[in-house]
Write a protein that binds this ligand. Structure first.
Ligand code: BG6
Length: 494
């Protein structure tokens, strides 16, 4: 990792500065970084969009976004004004129609390659990426130090992803490209590296000899939230599994990298992705479940079904839920299935990994349990970040027979690290992009490898032409998802 002092100030250029991503996530994250004194004093933030705005109007929009989307604690600070004054002094605005290449020259007036590194954040739809790359290239503002940041959707299949990556590669070299998966900025996802590679109790037990199977659940309460157009063409497999769930899976399954450098980590993750057993037409029905929510109740409130959401395409067969059995064909994981599930409008927001260890071969505590329950390692990624280990313990007492009880060794992050603030995913990643540290970003090969595996499932579904299974909002998904894991004699973690 780079030396802290070596970071240069940036010209952070946000393309699509008035859009949702910029207002809901980027400006908020930047403000919180400002609040924590983590932005280089000379860094500038330049908003670009197609509307004609005075500088002061953009600053006003930024202020409103902060009021709307900041959490309480930082918002109070906004009222105090000092941090806001520092932050607003960094902001400037330029009107550029991103499809008009000659307009990009204006960037020369607001950037300064001699003293600052240009970090171009593409917070717009990918169909504009080509224009932005060409516009930037022609305008003469880019240097070898310049960077570009983009995030999903990087395509909707392997081909479209390659097209985007090719367009970007025609202007930026791979080391200048920072591809975001916001899950990699989450503290708990990063902690997987520490948990696995800094603790010998896990390093020695992390394989098919001791582990029976692993479950990864990313359950969401939210529905489509006005994103119909995007989601209907995308579905939960491409929206969540291709990126976030596969990223978690690679962190759990990869071999120890030789160090924490980006390349070492990317290489190990790619090996896992290459070892994923393909799901094709011949096994897709046994290994996958697609679901779509119908109306139901969430926390006591009635919520509409997927097809009744505002703006819905009532013929839509996009899935809002996916469950999968994934096999990794390598030495470490032979015979250890990974069960993945993710869905919208599920009973609660919960992202967790549960590692089930193997049952012991012989039970000498039959008075307590006919079959000894396996040990479990439960990693809560969100909310209530923490790690639990489920073990069997003797119940204290002077009974003639030893009686056992399931108990938990419980490490809650908020309790254990009371003084440390848990930074949000975007904060971490925006900061790392400004610092120029590529470790937490995705390589082109990783994304394309993930698409290769996902495309095969998507093709198989297409050929089956099956409609998704219905599940009422506020449940844990279709019954078929219970059957998927029950067929192997296992059950989802409650
Ligand atoms: C996004 C998906 O990438 O992640 C959304 O496009 C999803 O559909 C979101 O709701 C979930 O992120 P988080 O951080 O709330 O788990």
């Amino acid at each position: 990792m780079k030396d802290k002092k070596a970071f240069k100030p940036c010209d952070l250029v946000i393309f699509g500065a008035l859009g949702d991503l910029s207002r809901r996530k980027l400006l908020i994250s930047l403000y919180r970084l400002e609040n924590a004194n983590l932005i280089e004093p000379d860094t500038r933030i330049i908003g670009i969009d197609r509307h004609a705005l005075e500088q002061s109007e953009f600053v006003e929009i930024a202020h409103k976004s902060l009021q709307e989307f900041l959490h309480e604690e930082t918002l109070n600070n906004l009222k105090e004004e000092s941090v806001w004054q520092r932050f607003s002094a960094r902001l400037s605005y330029l009107k550029i129609d991103l499809t008009q290449l000659d307009q990009y020259k204006q960037l020369k007036t607001v950037t300064d390659a001699k003293t600052r590194v240009m970090v171009n954040y593409f917070a717009v739809s990918p169909f504009l990426f080509k224009n932005i790359c060409q516009g930037l290239n022609q305008s003469g503002v880019l240097t070898e130090e310049s960077r570009m940041v983009m995030e999903k959707p990087i395509g909707h299949n392997l081909k479209s992803s390659k097209d985007i990556n090719d367009e970007v590669a025609s202007v930026f070299s791979e080391k200048q490209v920072f591809r975001i998966d916001h899950y990699l900025g989450k503290e708990t996802v990063l902690n997987l590296l520490a948990l696995r590679f800094a603790n010998s109790i896990f390093t020695t037990n992390w394989n098919h000899n001791t582990i029976d199977h692993i479950q990864i659940t990313v359950a969401e309460e939210v529905g489509i939230e006005g994103r119909w157009e995007y989601f209907d063409k995308t579905g939960q497999l491409r929206d969540m599994v291709q990126n976030h769930l596969l990223q978690i899976l690679t962190f759990i399954a990869m071999e120890p990298p030789v160090n924490l450098e980006a390349e070492s980590i990317h290489n190990e993750k790619i090996k896992v992705l290459k070892a994923l057993r393909p799901i094709t037409l011949s096994n897709v029905e046994e290994k996958t479940v697609r679901g779509q929510y119908t109306s139901g109740y969430l926390k006591g409130q009635a919520v509409p079904g997927y097809l009744e959401e505002e703006g819905a395409n009532t013929e839509s067969t996009a899935e809002s839920f996916v469950a999968l059995r994934v096999d990794i064909d390598n030495w470490r994981w032979a015979g250890v299935p990974f069960y993945l599930r993710t869905g919208k409008r599920l009973q609660g927001k919960r992202t967790e990994i549960v590692v089930y260890f193997k049952q012991l071969p012989h039970n000498i505590f039959k008075d307590s349990f006919r079959d000894l329950p396996p040990n479990k390692l439960i990693i809560h990624l969100q909310p209530n970040e923490g790690v639990e280990i489920e073990i069997l313990n003797k119940i204290p007492g002077i009974d003639e027979h030893i009686k056992l009880k399931r108990t938990k060794l419980d490490l809650s992050f908020s309790e254990t690290f009371k003084k440390s603030r848990i930074f949000g995913g975007y904060e971490k990643l925006v900061l790392e992009a400004m610092r120029g540290n590529p470790t937490l970003f995705l390589s082109r090969e990783e994304i394309e490898q993930a698409w290769t595996w996902i495309d095969s499932i998507q093709d198989a579904w297409y050929h089956l032409n099956a409609v998704p299974k219905a599940y009422p909002a506020g449940t844990w998904g279709p019954v078929a998802s219970v059957a998927l894991i029950a067929r192997d004699g296992r059950a989802w973690e409650e």
